[in-house]
Design a binder for this molecule. Structure first.
Ligand code: NDP
Length: 449
């Protein structure tokens, strides 16, 4: 008797959990993909016989290493470095580096797995990888960050290269960190190559890379709204986070006359009923990128509410854009958003919505853009940075923004093609299937390896 989809999924997940114990983020990410892919391949023996999904849940390799550095007091500090090289089926490994106290192999496995599908969706030749360290930036001086980055790269350098693995930034790794990392790589290998993306403009960076993830998440939101003959103008958005992705999501929402009333960091969220304007957004950028301060300082400066230890989803809004971190939007939060009239969610962060929350959004017909599609703009412009580095050319801002816009629209359309089911579009299913096909077909072509 043929198995039902539910049974296939349960069997598949049972094996995965046994092989990868204590890695809940990885289980969650795989479950979401397998839930779409197992029914899709049920009548496609070429993928099933070749065990493509099973193979895709085993990273190509995982590198773990010690990172020693000296703090300003002369004490020796030891951290752990990671790089998960998930799949190079369609291009060099590509994906960010995260510096945060709370990281693990399971976290990087989830992020690298997601990255493979996301990079495939961009249409550019990039495989998937992710890495970082349990190094926390909080309380560290510039010099300490520099010494840490140099030590981290001293080991990582032997595993990466412009045609092998091209890391970028992520949480805790912005322009400053990428600069220190790139400087050390260049010094070690005595070559000036495009081994990292997100570089500064003076040494091979691309215009629009800084903006790309946040802008892209809003472009995707616009495309979803267009299908429903709706727009951003005059509507209210709740954004979480206040880092790179959040800042540029807010900026693009403002360009389109939406009113953004929240932002957050790990200490809580601010509710600003006046809404962000150019001056308030510049304040936020300065606060977070230069002063490295906390979000309550925004509330103090502009006389609005600060809610310590909470997330912004209790605030009534038309759109929610979670742009901070994984699992920051629970099923309870989803219920609150739905009952407050939220009509669309675009995920700027990676996997910010819990699985039960996604189900609730789908049941309530809330348009839901999953991270692997909605936040693919960042890696897409990273791909364009790689192209510019190889050609030793720099494209103009307008050209890059137009390319980003077009890529996001194509991703939207691919998700729609594979996710349309009668009246609604299941963008989760669409993104998973569209991302899978390209990688799977490349794997089939290579034979068994
Ligand atoms: P940043 O480090 O610039 O900003 C991260 C923001 O999230 C900060 O406001 C931070 O607050 C907050 N945050 C981090 N951890 C937590 C937590 N546990 N609880 C609450 N808030 C938290 O990172 P990015 O903006 O680059 O990345 C944000 C998300 O977007 C991540 O999920 C990342 O993987 C994803 N992403 C980023 C891309 C990029 O191009 N940068 C590309 C694609 C996805 P605090 O300062 O207090 O830590």
């Amino acid at each position: 008797m043929p198995h039902s989809n539910d049974q296939r999924l349960a069997d598949f997940m049972q094996g995965l959990v046994l092989r990868n114990p204590d890695e809940p983020y990885f289980h969650q990410a795989v479950y979401e993909v397998a839930n779409s892919i197992l029914p899709f391949i049920a009548d496609k023996p070429k993928y099933r016989k070749a065990r493509i999904l099973e193979r895709l849940t085993e990273p190509d390799r995982i590198i773990v290493f010690r990172v020693c550095w000296e703090d300003d007091q002369g004490n020796i500090q030891t951290n752990r470095g990671f790089r998960v090289q998930h799949s190079n089926a369609i291009g060099p490994y590509k994906g960010g580096l995260r510096f945060h106290h709370d990281v693990s192999i399971g976290l990087f496995k989830f992020l690298a797995f997601e990255q493979t599908f996301k990079n495939s969706l961009t249409g550019l030749p990039m495989g998937g990888g992710k890495g970082g360290s349990n190094f926390s930036l909080q309380g560290k001086s510039d010099r300490e960050v520099m010494r840490f980055c140099q030590s981290f790269m001293t080991e990582l350098a032997r595993h990466i290269g412009p045609d092998t693995d091209v890391p970028a930034g992520d949480i805790g790794v912005g322009a400053r960190e990428v600069s220190y990392l790139f400087g050390q790589y260049k010094r070690l290998v005595n070559q000036f190559t495009g081994v990292l993306t997100g570089k500064s403009l003076e040494f091979g960076g691309s215009l629009v890379r800084t903006e790309a993830t946040g802008y892209g998440a809003v472009y995707f939101l616009q495309d979803m709204l267009t299908v429903k003959k709706q727009g951003l103008d005059g509507r209210i958005a709740a954004v979480s986070g206040s880092g790179n992705v959040a800042q540029y999501a807010i900026e693009k929402l403002l360009h389109n006359n939406a009113k953004v009333v929240t932002a957050s960091d790990s200490s809580g969220f601010i509710y600003d009923p006046h809404g962000f304007d150019t001056e308030r957004l510049e304040f936020l950028k300065e606060l977070k990128n230069v002063k490295r301060g906390r979000i309550n300082e925004y509330a103090e400066t502009f006389g609005c509410e600060f809610h310590p230890g909470q997330r912004p989803w209790q605030v009534p809004c038309d759109f929610a854009l979670p742009c901070a971190t994984q699992n920051e939007l629970s099923a309870e939060d989803a219920k609150t958003l739905i009952s407050n009239g939220c009509i669309a969610v675009s995920e700027g962060a990676n996997m910010p919505t819990e699985l039960a929350g996604i189900d609730l959004f789908h049941e309530a017909n809330v348009m839901f853009a999953p991270s692997k599609a909605a936040n693919a703009g960042g890696v897409a412009v990273s791909g364009l940075e790689m192209s510019q580095n190889s050609m030793r050319q720099s494209w103009e801002r307008d050209e890059l923004d137009q390319r980003l816009r077009k890529i996001m629209q194509k991703i939207h359309d691919k998700c729609r093609e594979h996710g349309e089911n009668g009246v609604t579009i299941d963008y989760v299913k669409g993104a998973n299937i569209a991302g899978f096909i390209k990688v799977a077909d490349a794997m089939l072509a290579y034979g068994v390896m």
